[in-house]
Design a protein around this ligand. Structure first.
Ligand code: MN
Length: 457
């Protein structure tokens, strides 16, 4: 069973000794993020006492690939395929009345003071202020009635006002369309969704696909949703907190700087403004924050991207076995691809297809299928021993690049492809890996059990 709520997942983490429950009071400014970051990749954190607030804060809910897989009910090796299947076959949600939806238990529409109501932390040294970082922003396409779900960094800039970084994807498109008609775009920002729904929000699906329906598919059960209180949008019924509002047309206000996924700051500039119309929450709500550039953030971004990339590459190159957006490459800029090469030159075509797939990709390494792309040492070994710079390097300069890569110039940069596949006509013995016969069959406890004494003089 996949968890249907944040608290169900926290309970599971607690039962399996992966939840650090922190009773000592912590400050929202830096301290909370610092403790969560120290636990990053090892244990999730539940801060029960946050200074100035009554609501506890959870962080680091899915800071390992295997935890994400576990939430989705599969093993780590099956995760990308599971996401691809869900993205390809969304299924309808289960709408329930507000009266039966936990997240509609309490509603405030007057005298909203976000800074007092939600324990949004200041995460990094130069951040412009307090940010909501784990809010699923749900909007609806007025023409098709389909939802779009995305996560944006949201800065608290007034009692009922947020500024948002909305990159040019689906929400951006709907916002621009509404703006051209002189209309606000209604939105619901869902804080404290279950981890499967959060992962589904990052699915690499075309415009028009409802990520809530992807969440239903990924849950393998219809996601219970309910209508928000003041906006025409459905929200997960078992979420903890929902901030409802309108993205105002023709209004831009300063946002940032903000510490981002590549471990650099995104700059301050004028961004879209959300005017808050209501806050709803369930009984004894739990707030969720994603510490930027922590494993939870990076994996939620990387794993669905890998699923999309693998799908598209495999359609053209059936020999592609696996892809990995690597930790050292910010989980976004470096891609390692395992390829069963059938024709000489194919690795280069795979490189070009991958580099052309998304502007974030900067360096692509293609290795043979015997190399584990999830093992950084193996990949580097392939670069060290199966690659010659003058022969195997693909260079494309002046391409569109990530604006958050500080080495890019005017959002353009150089793409490199490393063909680390062994030439098909190579003499096999030259590339024969060393092997110790019987290595994998050794049961070490048969040899090193007990402490034998030994004379080493
Ligand atoms: Mn979308």
């Amino acid at each position: 069973m996949t968890p249907i709520s944040l608290r169900a997942w926290l309970r599971h983490l607690h039962q399996t000794d992966r939840l650090a429950v922190i009773d000592r009071e912590v400050a929202l400014r830096f301290e909370l993020a610092a403790v969560a970051k120290r636990l990053d990749g090892r244990r999730a954190a539940l801060f029960r006492h946050v200074r100035g607030h009554r609501i506890p804060v959870a962080a680091g809910l899915t800071s390992q690939r295997s935890w994400l897989a576990e939430a989705c009910g599969v093993d780590a090796a099956g995760l990308t395929d599971r996401i691809s299947q869900a993205a390809a076959r969304p299924r309808p949600c289960d709408p329930i009345p507000a009266a039966g939806a936990p997240v509609r238990r309490h509603t405030v529409t007057d005298g909203i003071d976000l800074a007092a109501m939600v324990p949004a932390p200041v995460h990094h040294e130069l951040d412009a202020g307090r940010y909501i970082t784990a809010g699923l922003c749900i909007v609806r396409d007025p023409d098709t009635r389909r939802h779009n779900v995305s996560i944006h960094r949201l800065q608290l800039v007034g009692p009922d006002r947020l500024t948002a970084l909305i990159l040019p994807r689906h929400t951006h498109l709907l916002q621009r369309r509404a703006e051209q008609r002189g209309r606000a775009l209604e939105c619901a920002i869902v804080i404290g969704a279950d981890p499967v729904t959060i992962l589904a929000s990052q699915a690499d699906v075309p415009f028009g696909v409802d990520e809530l329906e992807v969440a239903s598919a990924l849950h393998d059960a219809p996601l219970q949703v309910t209508r928000a209180a003041t906006v025409d949008v459905d929200v997960p019924a078992h979420a903890e907190i929902v901030v409802e509002g309108r993205i105002l047309p023709g209004v831009r206000e300063p946002e940032g700087p903000f510490g981002e996924f590549p471990r650099y700051y995104g700059p301050r500039s004028d961004k879209e403004v959300i005017e808050v119309t209501a806050v709803t929450w369930r009984e004894r709500p739990i707030y969720h924050t994603i510490v930027p550039a922590a494993r939870e953030h990076l994996l939620l971004g990387a794993v669905p991207r890998e699923a999309g990339l693998l799908d598209r590459l495999r359609r053209r190159f059936p020999g592609v076995r696996a892809v990995h957006l690597t930790p050292g490459g910010t989980f976004r800029y470096h891609l390692a691809i395992a390829l069963e090469k059938h024709v000489e030159g194919q690795a280069r075509n795979v490189i070009m297809a991958a580099l052309g797939d998304t502007f974030d990709l900067k360096h692509v390494v293609v290795v043979d299928a015997d190399v584990d792309v999830f093992d950084a040492e193996e990949v580097e070994w392939a670069i060290a021993t199966r690659f010659q710079g003058d022969r195997d390097l693909v260079v494309v300069s002046g391409a569109q690049a990530s604006s958050l890569d500080p080495s890019s110039v005017d959002d353009r940069g150089t793409k490199l492809g490393f063909d680390c596949t062994v030439p098909l006509d190579a003499e096999p013995e030259r590339y024969r890996r060393v092997a110790i016969p019987g290595l994998d069959d050794i049961r070490l406890e048969d040899y090193v059990a007990g402490q034998a004494s030994v004379e080493l003089d």
